[in-house]
Ligand binder design. Sequence first.
Ligand SMILES: NC(=O)c1ccc[n+]([C@@H]2O[C@H](COP(=O)([O-])OP(=O)(O)OC[C@H]3O[C@@H](n4cnc5c(N)ncnc54)[C@H](OP(=O)(O)O)[C@@H]3O)[C@@H](O)[C@H]2O)c1
Length: 295
Amino acid sequence: MIDLAGKKAVILGGRTGLLGQSLTEKLQDHKVITVPLSRKDFDPSNMDSLAALLERENPDFIFNTVAYTMVDQAEDEENNAHLLNTTLPVTIGRLAKQCNCKLIHYSTDFVFDGKKDSPYTEEDKTNPQSVYGSTKLDGEEKLLDLNYDNILIIRTAWLFGPNKTNFVHKILNFARERESLSVVHDQTGSPTYTPDLAEYTIALIKNEAAGVFNVVNSGKASWCELATEAVNCSAINCRVDAVPTSAYPTKAKRPPYSVLDTSKFTEVTGITPRPWVQAMRDYIYNDLKNHPEDR
Ligand SMILES: NC(=O)c1ccc[n+]([C@@H]2O[C@H](COP(=O)([O-])OP(=O)(O)OC[C@H]3O[C@@H](n4cnc5c(N)ncnc54)[C@H](OP(=O)(O)O)[C@@H]3O)[C@@H](O)[C@H]2O)c1
């Protein structure tokens, strides 16, 4: 097991990103020296500026949480999505290889088409249905093509957590203002709490894991079930109605089923991810309660 205390980590997206901020906090808990960066600190299209930054910081680890995550908008902005989801990770991968540091990169359940009805393993066939999903998959594949052993790619899904708005946060704000909400019930996935994902990432690093891993909380839900649980847990008096995807046509096609199997993660770390329902209680009872300004 690697001892992380005193090691240095550059976290792209660590200052403003949903996952990046949780990663920064958890790494600091593990006594890692953190360099969280936002879009003000680097230009994703400029390899020289990234190279200079990494040379200056000389980190042991680079975490890349930067991504073009606006799934529908990506359909109209393929070039921007490609830049952030494919070109940027590969650039960082090359630089990590040059400076012999470990790269931890995040990917998505949207690399799958959702036609399965049992959890997707790392070995399952990918078939993205959207620009977001294809550009993220290209990023994964081109990183693996670098043939550098020190790359960890984590596929995750349906993130919620402190410090930045997210699906659960938005639902709770709507629910406080309305008598009822209609939420899609025919897409099922793996809701995941960002502080848990950060802690599980650290466990993989400590175990020197490399390659592709699924990392999500356990359990599954539809968007409607996730919203219902959040509203009930917050004791808000708002009815949540289940509707089909066809009630809210979107530009990008989403997988109807994208639950991720985490057996490989458990095999390597000995950890079984806790249920998302339990993590949601931490989010609502601790994060949102202690930081009402985040509401
Ligand atoms: N969110 C989810 O539900 C979800 C699901 C599956 C996989 N993932 C993956 O998990 C990772 C983290 O997701 P997240 O939700 O934490 O991401 P996020 O908060 O939407 O964004 C991450 C970071 O990317 C930065 N960024 C966006 N556009 C940029 C640009 N043009 N130039 C420089 N920086 C830019 C953001 O900066 P600003 O804050 O300044 O915009 C932010 O710091 C990503 O790889 C994502 O694909 C997320």
